[in-house]
Design a protein around this ligand. Structure first.
Ligand SMILES: O=C(O)CCC(=O)C(=O)O
Length: 338
């Protein structure tokens, strides 16, 4: 058997390791669950390469490519090339090379902070914040249009809203449209996440869109209902998530919903549960979740310890969104899932 390549043409040793480990997992030769450290590094790798996790696993599992073919696929998704400075930054981040992190472009000195002191105080108190006008209206409109086109929807014709070929879901697996990338690259969004993380060496993840049409006979809200995406093993490490409204969104229009302030009391709440109780099986609806309204172009960032979800759309208009979040190269995760 030939030895594993230490790196492919892109020159990122961790990419070769990820490729080899994922194919070994597919064939049953490696554990099904990544270690906590690998999970973080895998997320950084894929964010750095402009890839979505699910699309990458699907590609590797379906095609079982050589490392060279995998890298060719990555380049094709990136329009044929990736900025060498980005590759250098990614290699340094994955090697935990501090000098590489220091080589980051300095934050724009003249740029005003995206979140005010009042916003940050609101964040501390409530565990979420709305960044108004995170992107200009035309960016929001362009991304909404990309989602309409992808779903073959006419936003003015309700008869076209319910045929999502991807099933009874609000998720829209559109990933690489330029309009979505324009929002991911928004400096104002990057500045807001940097303020929340208190650091600027962040990577934006490649997440999908969302389309939550009004409920009607034959189409009820499929969720997500209130939930957490993080392990509830304590202490819950810091982490955030985000949603960008692409159309004006009223509170009854399927808005993002969360339990404000829960990040401050979740430890006590978990400790008060009977021994062995499953926190996710509790009646989360009793926790006083509130829907968060916003305008097209507003971004909601929330602390991942808040129970959160979308909500049934009881208005006459669909809710159209793009999910995105930024994270540093390394963040803490609990290795066990609760
Ligand atoms: O779409 C929403 O409003 C909620 C999204 C959500 O629950 C999630 O991203 O985990």
């Amino acid at each position: 058997m030939s030895p594993l390549p230490s790196a492919g043409p892109l020159g990122i040793p961790y990419l070769a390791e990820f490729w080899s480990r994922t194919l070994a997992r597919r064939s049953g030769a490696a554990p099904q669950k990544a270690s906590a450290r690998d999970w973080v590094d895998d997320n950084t790798l894929l964010a750095g390469l402009g890839l979505n996790l699910r699309e990458t696993y699907a590609y590797l599992y379906d095609r079982t490519p050589t490392l060279e073919a995998f890298e060719a696929w990555i380049l094709a998704i990136n329009g044929g090339s990736i900025d060498p400075a980005r590759i250098a930054r990614l290699k340094a981040a994955l090697a935990a090379d501090v000098s590489g992190e220091a080589a980051l472009p300095a934050p724009e000195p003249a740029a005003p902070p995206a979140l005010s002191d009042a916003d940050l105080a609101f964040w501390d108190e409530n565990g979420y914040v709305v960044l108004r006008d995170a992107v200009p209206p035309e960016n929001a409109q362009a991304a909404a249009q990309a989602i309409y086109d992808f779903l073959a929807i006419d936003p003015l014709n309700p008869a076209t809203w319910y045929g999502n070929a991807h099933g009874h879901t609000i998720w829209v697996p559109l990933l690489h449209h330029p309009a979505l990338w324009a929002n991911r690259n928004s400096p104002r969004i990057h500045r807001a996440f940097a303020q929340i993380w208190r650091r600027s060496d962040l990577w934006v993840n490649v997440d999908q869109g969302g389309f939550n049409p009004p409920e009607r006979p034959g189409w009820s809200f499929p969720g997500p209902h209130l939930h957490w995406d993080v392990s509830l093993v304590q202490p819950i490490p810091f982490g955030v998530q985000g949603i960008l409204y692409l159309t004006d969104t009223a509170a009854d229009q399927g808005a993002f919903t969360c339990v404000p302030g829960f990040h401050r009391i979740i430890g006590d709440w978990l400790n008060a549960l009977p021994v062995g109780a499953d926190p996710r099986a509790q009646d989360l609806r009793s926790l006083r979740a509130v829907p968060i309204a916003g305008r097209a172009g507003d971004l909601i960032i929330w602390h991942h310890a808040l129970p959160h979800g979308a909500s049934p759309n009881r208005s006459a208009h669909p809710r159209v969104v793009q999910y995105l979040k930024l994270r540093p190269s390394q963040w803490d995760v609990q290795s066990d899932w609760r």
